[in-house]
Design a protein around this ligand. Structure first.
Ligand SMILES: CCCCCCCCCCCCC/C=C/[C@@H](O)[C@H](COP(=O)(O)O)NC(=O)CCCCCCCCCCCCCCC
Ligand SMILES: Nc1ncnc2c1ncn2[C@@H]1O[C@H](COP(=O)(O)OP(=O)(O)O)[C@@H](O)[C@H]1O
Ligand SMILES: [Ca+2]
Length: 581
């Protein structure tokens, strides 16, 4: 537990007709029940659990501190996780709350306790979910009550990382088309409670949010951007924001060699898409309320971004999966089945698994040197990750020039490695890509902000072996521990499909692509003919790339999210929190 530090306030207040010692420091709000004679429970285990409280109790749970002597006597909430404080208002001589419960409080507390205030705070539930809990304190002295309210408000106001004005984009067609409803019912009321003002744009067409951010949005007015949608919608937001930042900083966003300027505005993701892996891998759950609370408390999580170029021409950015072969084909196939909603990926996944296409080409990569961590580590990227801190520091210490020299030096000194072959899939995961389909993700040990991406090569193998590999994404077994899989942690990589190795210009690509479509049509008509298409396409965070030969470079910590990385679950957390029982 965090140490309370110097006390700002300490009073005896009442919670549900029981006396509590309540204290406030810069870091913690603590309320401790006054017990005259603690009862010792000799047979209660060290981490005793009040099993009789099976339902969430709106008043008593904060972070209960349990011991052998009493049951749930002490609660503490970090000040940084207080959402807001509300004075209970008095109308016509009696106090009122929105839900009319003040009358009940008064009846409980007795006539002496006429003043009350309610603190809303973050409460942790199961599986990384956060909820907004509240506790109402009463006391007989109005001045004391007001002192408490103003002191808590002062502490909240002194926290400069909390956003006050947000620009919100909602994709009404993402996932199950619930984006607007999710925002209005679950998120907007929390923002209002936390005193955050918003400017909301419901998108009217694809790339509406990107273009608005690029050209119109008055970014100076906002402390952050909120994306209500899936990974594709998030991709739109980062394209707009990164582009705009480079233009404002005088950086050429098209050059593959330029060091890009980091974006200052943080982005919050309210998951309302089909996969939502960026949210899942950075928060630990796809839950709109949890995401809204991470935004309110002003969390910050840096994120690596890959730039993708074709013949020195900028194509796209990627933060999660860049996948050629299997995941590219799944995406292309599923786009035609959008009407199926998120289930389209399972349908197309099964279809592409049965189709079992492989692709020939050359992958070259620059291994990440001087960093700590490998893709086969047992450690995971978690809140406050030391690997991201260490490698991020390393990256920022390298000046732009040094980094470019290193890239070109390494190239001339032969540090680039080349692999030629037939592949079922070529995947680059800049983060774990954990999602509900695969809670550990495509690359379980990948890091959100270490300046690298994990390049996973799945060589041509039997359907049975590929299935073994896929199934391991859903179990504890290591999906890389198979002879036909290779994985490398890299800073940069290139891919060239076999058929355009000597001639990679756009026209040829397009020509070959149209040929491929004819071929794939033939193959669809004759599934047994065995002729494999020459090209797949790249799945870039859920968007299809128009080119196959690409040059990918990682830009460490280019953007920031309103998140803190996945929190390590404390031992017994799910038992000690009544909300989880
Ligand atoms: C047999 C079960 C195998 C399960 C394997 C699951 C691996 C899942 C890894 C998912 C990585 C996701 C990376 C994220 C990509 C997203 O950016 C992107 C866009 O998201 P958005 O729609 O929210 O905008 N999403 C996607 O590209 C979706 C990829 C989903 C792939 C699902 C593949 C399912 C495979 C099923 C194979 C079934 C074989 C069964 C044989 C009996
Ligand atoms: N108003 C809109 N109409 C149509 N497409 C849109 C709109 N707003 C955003 N899009 C596009 O919808 C696509 C999918 O969005 P996303 O929110 O990621 O949902 P999903 O996860 O279901 O794919 C993205 O490519 C995005 O650019
Ligand atoms: Ca990374």
């Amino acid at each position: 537990m965090e140490r309370p530090g110097r006390l700002l306030l300490q009073s005896e207040l009442r919670v549900r007709n029981a006396a509590y010692d309540v204290s406030l420091s810069r870091s913690l709000l603590i309320w401790k029940r006054r017990t005259s004679s603690p009862v010792y429970h000799p047979f209660r285990p060290r981490f005793c659990v009040p099993l009789f409280r099976r339902r969430p109790d709106p008043v008593l749970h904060g972070s209960p501190v349990l011991n052998c002597w009493s049951v749930c006597v002490c609660h503490s909430v970090p000040v940084s996780e207080i959402i807001s404080v509300r004075e209970e208002e008095e109308e016509n001589g009696s106090r009122q709350r929105d839900d009319g419960s003040w009358k009940k409080i008064r009846e409980r507390e007795g006539k002496d306790c006429r003043q009350a205030f309610t603190v809303l705070y973050v409460e942790r539930c199961r599986q990384h979910r956060w909820r907004c809990a509240e506790v109402t304190f009463t006391c007989s002295d109005e001045a004391v009550c007001q002192h408490w309210v103003s002191s808590i408000r002062e502490q909240l106001a002194s926290n400069t990382s909390r956003p006050k004005h947000l620009l919100v984009y909602i994709n009404p067609y993402g996932g199950k088309r619930q984006g607007k409803r999710i925002y209005e019912q679950k998120v907007a009321p929390l923002f209002t409670q936390a005193g955050i003002s918003t400017s909301v744009i419901v998108t009217e067409y694809a790339n509406h949010a990107r273009d608005h951010l690029k050209m119109e949005a008055e970014l100076k007015k906002f402390d952050g951007v909120v994306c209500v949608g899936g990974d594709g919608m998030f991709s739109e937001i980062i394209h707009g924001l990164i582009w705009r930042t480079q233009i404002d900083c005088g950086v050429d966003p098209n050059s593959p060699e330029e060091a890009l300027s980091p974006c200052s505005l943080r982005i919050g993701i309210i998951p309302a898409g089909s996969t939502d892996c960026i949210c899942f891998a950075s928060v630990g759950t796809n839950d709109p309320v949890t995401s809204a609370l991470h935004i309110i408390v002003g969390d910050s999580q840096p994120l690596d971004v890959c730039s993708v170029h074709h013949n020195n021409m900028f194509l796209r950015y990627s933060v999660s999966l860049l996948g050629y072969g299997f995941y590219g084909d799944v995406l292309s196939d599923s786009e035609r089945k959008r009407w199926m909603g998120p289930a389209r990926y399972d349908f197309s996944g099964l279809k592409m698994f049965l189709t079992h296409h492989y692709y020939e080409g050359t992958v070259s990569y620059l291994p990440a040197k001087g960093i700590i961590g490998t893709p086969r580590d047992a450690t995971r990227c978690r809140s406050g990750c030391v690997i991201c801190q260490h490698n991020g520091q390393l990256n920022s210490e390298r000046s732009e020039k040094y980094e470019m020299d290193e890239a070109s030096d390494s190239e001339s000194s032969g540090e680039w490695r080349t692999i030629r072959g037939k592949f079922l899939a070529i995947n680059a995961a800049s983060m774990s890509c954990a999602c509900p389909r695969s809670p550990k993700g495509l690359s379980p040990a990948a890091h959100l902000a270490d300046g690298t991406t994990d390049l996973i090569l799945v060589r041509k193998c039997s359907r049975f072996n590929f299935l073994r590999h896929l199934l391991r994404h859903t179990s504890k077994d290591d999906q890389f521990d198979l002879t036909f899989i290779e994985v490398h942690r890299v800073r940069r990589f290139r891919f060239m499909p076999r058929h355009c190795q000597s001639d990679s210009d756009l026209e040829l690509d397009l020509h070959e692509n149209s040929k491929r479509q004819i071929f794939s049509q033939i193959c669809k008509d004759h599934p047994a003919c065995g002729c494999a298409p020459a090209y797949s396409s790249w799945n870039c965070d859920g968007e299809i790339l128009t080119h196959t030969g690409i040059d990918v470079r990682v830009h460490g910590q280019l953007i920031k999210l309103f998140a803190r990385g996945i929190e390590e679950l404390p031992v017994f957390e799910d038992l000690s929190n009544p909300c989880a029982i």
